[in-house]
Design a protein around this ligand. Structure first.
Ligand code: GLA
Length: 705
């Protein structure tokens, strides 16, 4: 091998170095640019009792070359052949920040295209595309790209959770084989397509870190594998059911993108790279509006007078968009029936939605509407007419989830029906927002498309179909924003965030839970897409009772809304909500464009986080007392990411009502008329918080002087 067989891509601080000395390109380095990186430095000796040449970790790992870990391609022809191909590069196009390799295996009659680019946000994105050039079908079971990790990436952080407790990071060793498998047909609450690998003990601001996300909203598998020789890789791709993707002669399959962020200073900078990725692929169109969502206020009880009063109360506190949730259509008076019948119900809305839409618009707010297009209740006109539109398997009783079935959005007639219905609603009413829900896991989902295809697994086709439908609606109604919801945060991923604008993070509005959920969320996605609503005094999903100041200070850091019957709030409560909304509007430009900081903090009873403007002249920080501290006074908070050479004026934000202090005396700095510190001191030495009751937040604003 010579240095001419090294391909280096670079953009900003990120580089990808390919070892191209073998027929299959392999990533030798990914992350911080290293001048003149030479892959020969890591070439392996041949160990006893191993094959004569150590196999590389190719972008596609190949059993045929002697790679003995997980193969990147699993598939075969009807006669069982072509199951272990070996590809050879026949052409490539290399630019400074992107590479495209074309490979073939003449024996297996397969073609492979590998495309890797460093995006403008300096993430690395890789996709594979396989084409069947033979004369028989090729059944594909796996096509997954491999991203090698250095041997010192010894720990992993992946995400688990459940309904009302999404985005919970968990740490484990990067040993043997760890596989995240999701078979729920949606991104899921419990197996996110995301993983961080890093050096021992990596934290928010220390350690080498690589973050890997698969941009896909259906089934997937992400494997972190340590090989016998100590090398490591993370392999990510769609999880296909047997027979789900069969490539006819000439047909191709393209993988979802594997997106990699990297940092030499902990998780937070890698998260910021992911945030820039989302911001670049789907830029905000104006300010993120303050929402009032009716679900927890009225549930299915759609009473015009109440909803009008609720809209009045919302407008009075500064709400900018009123979203009418479930219950407005067909026979949908509870969650047992009606899904699929997307006509405004005469029973509850005899004059259509006009009386509420017009009222909301007259108040100067926008109107949003809940839909769950992919679903059908067996008790619906749509199902009675088209039972074969569902993803179910003939001969079996389908498993219901929330009394509903999934429509096969892989079918063009289903997409046509749904488009026509949604388009008609958007044309008839001044709707500027859709809350697009998806409330069940998809199991045993076979399609009934044609006699040939009936019984074939349909998740892949469904997910692609949903993306198509979303894109078609957006193209026809470009000013309409779409929120992705799946029983809260059950479908949040990089690809869904290309086709939608915001997500409903969780059905849990308990601020204590939300602090943890939102912290996990921002490890992967930016705050402006994170629906964060002020809930009622007593949280509906946990029954915890929380002060309004804690609830507002928690929701402030996302895309703010209200999920509460404001008509239950007293005058004082409404004044506090109005102040929170005003504060949000003032800080919104910073919160939705700045760098999100999650600080490591020495007290497990508290969380410290904030947002620092790109130019580091302005920041807002939150000290969150989650539980009572074990120390007599809480520990100082240190704010990395500031400019060490600037001085900052430190001001406590009191707009949300004072944080719930109970110390006899505040820390002295809080009694000073004016207080300034250098960035260096704030970063390295820190600032003392007051003694707070649990479940309260101290907000601090920093301005450079
Ligand atoms: C799901 C959503 C909720 C609400 C209900 C309506 O559970 O997560 O926010 O929209 O559906 O049925």
């Amino acid at each position: 091998m010579s240095m001419s067989s090294v391909v280096t891509l670079q953009r900003g601080a990120t580089s990808v170095v390919f070892d191209h000395s073998l027929p299959m390109p392999a990533i030798a380095h990914i992350g911080a640019a290293i001048d003149g990186f030479d892959p020969r430095a890591l070439g392996l000796p041949v160990a006893h009792a191993t094959l004569d040449a150590p196999a590389p970790i190719g972008v596609l790992t190949e059993n045929g070359t002697g790679f003995l870990g997980r193969p990147g391609l699993v598939g075969s022809r009807p006669d069982g052949s072509a199951w272990a191909p070996i590809f050879t590069t026949v052409a490539n196009e290399i630019d400074s920040d992107r590479a495209r390799f074309e490979l073939i295996d003449e024996t297996a009659e397969l073609e492979l295209v590998i495309a890797v680019e460093i995006t403008e946000s300096e993430t690395v994105s890789a996709t594979l595309e396989l084409t069947n050039t033979g004369t028989t079908d090729y059944t594909l079971v796996r096509l997954s790209a491999s991203i090698p990790m250095p041997v010192h990436a010894t720990e992993l952080v992946s995400f688990t959770g459940r309904w009302c407790k999404e985005f919970q990071p968990r740490r484990h060793d990067f040993e043997a084989l760890s596989v995240i498998e999701n078979r729920r047909g949606r991104t899921s609450h419990d197996q996110l397509p995301a993983i961080f690998a890093g050096s021992v003990g990596f934290g928010e601001h220390h350690g080498d870190v690589w973050g890997i996300q698969l941009a896909w909203s259906g089934n997937y598998e992400i494997a972190a594998e340590r090989l016998a020789d100590g090398r490591r890789h993370v392999q990510a791709g769609e999880l296909l059911s047997p027979g789900e993707v069969v490539l006819a002669p000439g047909a191709s399959y393209r993988t979802p993108a594997v997106v990699v962020a990297s940092s030499q200073a902990g998780i937070t900078p890698a998260s910021q790279q992911f945030h820039r990725h989302v911001r670049a692929q789907n830029p905000l169109r104006g300010d993120r509006k303050v929402i009032l969502n009716t679900w927890e206020a009225v549930y299915f009880n759609h009473d015009l007078a109440t909803l009008r009063s609720l809209a009045d109360a919302g407008a009075a506190v500064g709400v900018e968009r009123f979203v009418l949730d479930d219950g407005w259509f067909g026979g949908r008076r509870d969650d047992t029936k009606g899904l699929g019948d997307w006509w405004v119900s005469d029973e509850v809305w005899p004059d259509g939605l006009h009386p509420i839409v017009d009222h909301v618009v007259a108040l100067g707010m926008e109107f949003g509407l809940w839909v769950e297009p992919e679903m059908v209740n067996p008790d619906s006109d749509l199902y009675r007419k088209n039972p074969h539109w569902t993803l179910t398997t003939a001969g079996y009783q389908p498993v219901l989830g929330r009394q509903q079935l999934v429509l096969d959005c892989g079918r063009s007639d289903v997409r046509e029906y749904l488009f026509e219905r949604i388009d008609a609603l958007l044309n008839e009413y001044a709707i500027s927002y859709l809350k697009w829900d998806m409330n069940r896991d998809l199991v045993q989902g076979s399609n009934h498309r044609s006699v040939d295809d009936a019984g074939r697994a349909g998740t892949h086709g469904h997910v692609r179909g949903v993306y198509d439908l979303l894109d078609r609606i957006r193209a026809a109604h470009p000013s309409v924003e779409i929120e992705s919801c799946a029983s809260g945060g059950g479908r949040v991923d990089l690809e869904m965030l290309r086709h939608t604008d915001r997500v409903w993070t969780s059905d849990c509005n308990d601020a204590l839970e939300r602090q943890a959920i939102q912290r996990g969320f921002t490890m992967l996605f930016p705050p402006e897409v994170m629906g964060a609503h002020i809930g009622p005094h007593r949280a509906h999903t946990t029954h915890r009772v929380q002060q309004l100041g804690f609830r507002t200070a928690t929701a402030l850091f996302g895309s703010l809304g209200i999920e509460w019957n404001l008509l239950d709030a007293d005058e004082d409560g409404r004044t506090q909500v109005a102040a929170a909304i005003a504060l949000y509007k003032r800080l919104r430009p910073l919160l939705h464009s700045g760098n999100v900081m999650r600080f490591d903090h020495d007290d497990p009873a508290a969380l410290v986080h904030g947002v620092i403007a790109g130019d580091r002249t302005h920041a807002v920080m939150a000290y969150v007392q989650m539980l009572p501290s074990i120390t007599t006074a809480p520990l100082p908070m240190r704010f990395g990411g500031l400019d060490p050479d600037r001085r900052y004026r430190i001001e406590r934000i009191d707009d949300l009502g004072s944080a719930d202090e109970f110390g006899r005396k505040r820390p002295p700095w809080m009694n000073l008329e004016r207080f300034e510190l250098s960035g260096a001191q704030l970063m390295r030495s820190g600032l003392q918080p007051p003694i707070l009751h649990p479940e309260s937040v101290l907000l601090i604003e920093l301005h450079s002087v």
